[in-house]
Design a protein around this ligand. Structure first.
Ligand SMILES: [Zn+2]
Ligand SMILES: [Zn+2]
Ligand SMILES: [Zn+2]
Length: 343
């Protein structure tokens, strides 16, 4: 999650066991709506093919997590959409606030090589972070508790793998020195620009992440990912988080250079009209547009995975054509609350 420049704060009194909503209390809550240029009716989509079923992505995505229109596998991550979300900086801030008070305990566990203790701390931090910042992760984590707990376990394990890798230790020291040499240059409008060894720091971040994901993949930790993320995409998400955090503090040409260096420019293709069937999500009632031939899809509003193949089950009371999650045998109609059995 782009955890460069870990701040050390002496206050270790905070109790990380309970959800601390005070951590978000004074932060803006913007970013609820994407700019219209990037929403579902935008004219371009990122060129991507599903690594599970091979289908090209055809329908626009509301979030940066691009799911297959046919089989609901995660296909890619769209930096452009992620970057349009003004919550990006907020979620990083919340993460730093959560991690700061447990930093001494983390250092302690690290020094002892105690993976279990380190994992417990990370699960706690990520567990709270995902609850406080659901917009920072896949929409599937919104209402699917099983998905959410598997995601937290996966994120914690990636941190254990990276942070306790002896090969990272000298790089961490180098990183701390570089981050310590960065300077914030205030601008008249109150924002700040970065100066100092930024490009060395960015290159080192990339090196550390490349090393971390090589280990995550070779040790099978990637298999814990509940999204079964295609090869390379998880690393790209790390790059993306890092770039999102820094873009606001760079000039436009430097911002472009950063995206080029991290390979985040992507290729966008014109959206073609698709023949779709209209259904309603059995979880939240949202209107769904499914391509003809779709098997399972993700509802981008509530994150539910839905079976499309067998067609919808109409609500016996209000008639809404509802799609069920693959494992559900019954549900309460999101409109009229009638109990419906899956056909
Ligand atoms: Zn697919
Ligand atoms: Zn839904
Ligand atoms: Zn109904």
């Amino acid at each position: 999650m782009g955890l460069f420049g870990k701040r050390k704060e002496p206050d270790a009194t905070a109790n990380a066991q309970t959800l601390r909503t005070d951590l978000v209390a004074d932060l803006p809550t913007g970013g609820e709506a994407l700019p219209t240029s990037l929403t579902a009716r935008s004219g371009f989509i990122k060129r991507a093919n599903c690594s599970r079923c091979g289908a090209p992505k055809k329908l626009p995505s509301k979030t940066a997590y691009i799911y297959c229109d046919y089989c609901s596998a995660l296909v890619d991550y769209d930096f452009r959409i992620a970057n349009a979300d003004t919550n990006a900086g907020i979620t990083n801030t919340v993460f730093h606030r959560l991690i700061a008070p447990v930093q001494p305990a983390m250092e302690d566990a690290k020094a002892r090589g105690d993976r279990d203790a380190y994992r417990t701390i990370q699960r706690n931090v990520f567990g709270q972070w995902v609850q406080l910042c659901p917009q920072a992760v896949s929409p599937r984590a919104k209402t699917d508790e099983d998905f959410r707990s598997r995601l937290v376990a996966y994120l914690a394990e990636t941190a254990v793998t990276k942070d306790l890798d002896p090969a990272q230790a000298p790089l961490d020291i180098e990183m701390a020195t570089l981050v310590g040499s960065l300077q914030r240059i205030p601008t008249p409008d109150g924002a700040w620009m970065i100066s100092g060894p930024f490009w060395e720091m960015a290159a080192l971040f990339k090196k550390q992440m490349d090393l971390a994901y090589a280990l995550i993949n070779s040790t099978g930790v990637n298999e814990l990912d509940p999204d079964d993320t295609p090869p390379g995409v998880a690393l790209q998400m790390e790059y993306s988080t890092f770039c999102q955090g820094w873009l606001a503090h760079l000039s436009a040409p430097d911002g472009q250079r950063l995206l080029d260096e991290f390979g985040l420019t992507g290729e966008y293709v014109k959206l073609e009209p698709q023949e779709t069937n209209e259904y309603n999500c059995g979880g939240c009632g949202a209107q769904l547009h499914a391509v003809v031939g779709a098997q399972t899809i993700i509802c981008e509003d509530c994150g539910a995975q839905l079976s499309i193949k067998a067609g919808p089950t109409p609500c016996g009371t209000c008639g809404a054509p509802l799609c069920f999650p693959p494992s559900a045998s019954h549900l309460a109609c999101p409109y009229c609350k009638s109990e419906i059995q899956h056909l």
